[in-house]
Design a protein around this ligand. Sequence first.
Ligand code: AKG
Length: 337
Amino acid sequence: MKEFWTATRSLRRKYNRLWLADHAARTVVRRETWLTARRLRVHEEAVSLALRLNEEGTGSTDQRRPVDRVHDIDPQDFQDRYFATDTPVVMAGAGASWPAANWTHEMLGSRYRQTAVRLLRAAPNEPKGRPGEGRDATYAEIAESMDSGGDMYARFSGIMHQHPELIDDVDVDWFRAMRDDHKSFENWGFFMGGAKTATGLHCSIAPNLFYQVTGRKRWWIYPAAAAPFFAPPAKCSPYFYSEVDVSDTEKWPIARSVPGWIADLEPGDVLYVPAFAWHQVFNPTATIATGYRWAKLGLGWRASPIQTILVLTCSNPSLFKARGHKDLPSLLDAVDY
Ligand SMILES: O=C(O)CCC(=O)C(=O)O
């Protein structure tokens, strides 16, 4: 794994310099420039090199490894073994006895039948909508869709902030103890949807402790350093996504050539996703989950200095404007991200 990152370092650095330049040019002229084409050529070179290294080294095997599963890890051990090295880990069954483990989609659909969430187009291969094209759905509609095999999926919803009694159903102190401080920003994202729903490859500055409440979920995860192989569009946005579908290695062989991880979550598991780690998610069953996020510039910088600079200087929207939005779905739907 180490050799892969050493062998690709110089091309990744070249890509990152061009990414920054592309971002700066786009901030000024508000459209693509020659720098975009130049950046994408270096991305193609990086992909070719990664495929060749995989072919020569291991005969084209899958370089993704299962995420460690640990039981009853204490905060210090978590900090030293996983958090400090930006390595994902599944804390098996950590939330199995929290009151939230009794949530069902029927119960949430009935209790929050009037509460609405903006549905995002964020599945792999799904064309992004234009700003403002998203539509709202109520939790009653989402629960019904889950029963009837529909594809409605509430992602990154702010419902736990709209209805803070939901936060009382998880062990907030457990989450706070796991992070290295508990003074700065924290945010809960909520996910509820039917079998076969999915979220495409993306990453953000905020590390995440992701609690699987019901159903199962598969995660594909890559370190922040993998960005040059995924070529996220330079859209001056603080949120990064890629068109690569890492679940389809026939179409996208780069997905198995870059060292990463795979995790299969069961109800009660909590997964740690480091800052700027790329991830894609598939729900083989209907599912409910919630992610506890926090943000600290130092963590972003440790994982990816370039992406931290891109976030700090983003204009689509600016960080100041982003603060005014009630939740991430409404924010993402409002901008051309
Ligand atoms: O569960 C999902 O569909 C996506 C979760 C995710 O990407 C996140 O919490 O950042």
